[in-house]
Design a protein around this ligand. Structure first.
Ligand code: SAH
Ligand code: SF4
Ligand code: F3S
Length: 452
């Protein structure tokens, strides 16, 4: 039996996007303040929390798999199980049926209630939601502005500048799991940037479902990102994701004009066909997207564009798909994340457009795009051979502790030998590219090279 004076140990597992990573850091901070301890070791934990994602069916399946594992643990010993995040919000009914396995269910706007609910669940003799509880009300105001997240080490700090999304792309569950769009105060964001730098982070990544619609009084996203880039100690600023529908000139100028703002834009396409884009409620046409991509390229030669694409949205014909295929050929992205359409409960598409493309056809379209993109990525990477690029040192390479892993400004991974020259984590080093594949650049840090 646990001694009453010993703090309870909480283990958190995070699924989904960077916003969820950030939220887990907020949760850690909230729990620590309430007297809980955090552990990496699930075996030692009194509480296991899963911060879940609902974006596609396979995200759900992963969580159900982990819940089955936790059931086996819970059959052996006392354990409080909490489900947090987007799936907790969207699937409260199904998850409530998982009683008594799930003790606590908390959506993205309910984390302030989490310590109280866990305490209740831990002190209850029996288990289940009746003893723990739910916090699944979405808020129009919650931004957790006063909470400083507890980050792992590492050189990057995620910082959410806004929460929720008002775009209602017809395929997407996020407006239902994260509620209405709201921006944080710029002062709060800048305070958090300063604290992150103080803690040793040299790269800041600003997060939002649609960062370019950030607005707080007379602050827009361009003004905010410039202010972040000016905070002493910030060496690199990244952001994800902007929506192609509103990309203001001031943002181009900010990205082009500031050396600390990385020359990489993730510009989710979803489809290259006008009819499908309309059904998806993306509010831009193929031509508008292509014009935007061409404009970005003309303003910043060498900028990296990456994207997200969905294959097999309801009613997508082979000809519609070929529009996407040809657009990918034309734009030559640095990389593309390609997904099979996955119908999400409650979305506009689930109500209005039958999910009528067979899974094999969706899968085959995904493969064709992946096969198209791989050599484009490899070719763009090979073009860098011979150049000396500024690379931020991020950590040990996965292959060997004798090699560094870092990233170019354009977000491409570079590997080089530590023995080339001394370097410190988070510093920017001049690395000459010797070889390239679609996955990685191999380089050398010449001890005499400098950054121009
Ligand atoms: N707010 C971000 C998207 C976050 S979700 C943006 O608009 O850029 C990340 C990606 O998941 C989306 O860009 C989309 O390509 C994919 N996605 C979202 N819903 C999906 C669904 N129902 N089926 C398949 N892929 C989906
Ligand atoms: Fe989803 Fe569209 Fe909002 Fe992105 S912009 S989170 S795809 S609704
Ligand atoms: Fe992110 Fe998944 Fe939610 S992608 S916003 S955790 S549905």
């Amino acid at each position: 039996m646990k001694q009453p004076d010993k703090p309870h140990q909480v283990h958190i597992e995070t699924f989904g996007c960077q916003m969820n990573e950030y939220d887990s850091e907020l949760v850690r901070s909230l729990l620590r303040k309430a007297g809980f301890e955090l552990t990496e070791d699930r075996e030692r934990a009194d509480v296991v929390l899963m911060n879940t994602c609902a974006i596609r069916e396979n995200a759900h399946n992963k969580v159900y798999g982990h819940l089955a594992e936790l059931k086996a643990v819970k059959d052996q010993r006392p354990l409080v199980v909490g489900v947090l995040g987007c799936m907790a919000q969207n699937l409260k009914e199904e998850l409530t049926e998982k009683q008594p396995l799930v003790d606590v269910l908390v959506g993205p706007d309910g984390y302030r209630q989490l310590p109280g609910l866990l305490t209740k669940a831990l002190h209850a003799g029996e288990q289940g939601l009746a003893q723990g509880g739910l916090a699944v009300d979405l808020s129009e105001y919650e931004t957790y502005d006063d909470i400083l997240p507890e980050r792992d080490g590492g050189i990057n700090a995620w910082i959410a500048i806004m929460r929720g999304c008002d775009n209602f792309c017809s395929f997407c569950v996020v407006p239902y799991t994260r509620g209405r769009e709201r921006s944080r105060d710029p002062e709060g964001v800048l305070r958090e940037v300063e604290a992150a730098v103080e803690a040793g982070h040299t790269q800041i990544t600003l997060l939002g479902q649609n960062v370019n619609s950030y607005r707080s009084d007379d602050w827009d996203f361009a003004r905010l990102i410039l202010a972040v880039a000016e905070v002493p100690g910030v060496q690199r600023v990244r952001f994800t994701s902007p929506h192609p529908k509103d990309f203001p000139a001031a943002l181009f100028d900010a990205v082009a004009g500031h050396p600390n703002i990385c020359k990489h834009i993730h510009l989710p396409l979803q489809s290259g066909n006008d009819r499908i884009l309309e059904l998806m409620n993306r509010t831009y046409s193929r031509k508008e997207y292509l014009d935007l991509a061409a404009h970005v390229r003309s303003r910043h030669p060498g900028i990296a564009l990456t994207t997200d694409i969905i294959c097999g949205f309801g009613s997508e014909t082979e000809a519609d798909f070929l529009d996407t295929y040809r657009l990918v050929q034309e734009v030559r992205y640095h990389s593309a994340f390609v997904f099979k359409y996955s119908e999400r409960k409650n979305t506009i598409a689930a109500r209005k457009f039958p999910d009528d493309i067979p899974e094999e056809v969706k899968g085959e379209r995904v493969s064709r795009l992946v096969d198209l993109q791989r050599p484009i990525t490899a070719g763009l990477n090979r073009d860098l051979i011979g150049q000396t690029l500024p690379v931020m040192v991020e950590g040990d390479s996965k292959r060997s502790p004798d090699q560094w892993m870092g990233r170019t400004d354009t977000n491409i991974t570079v590997i080089w030998n530590k023995s080339d020259a001394p370097a410190s984590l988070g510093s920017i080093q001049p690395v000459t590219i010797l070889d390239a594949s679609a996955a990685v650049l191999m380089g050398r840090r010449h001890s005499t090279a400098t950054l121009s």
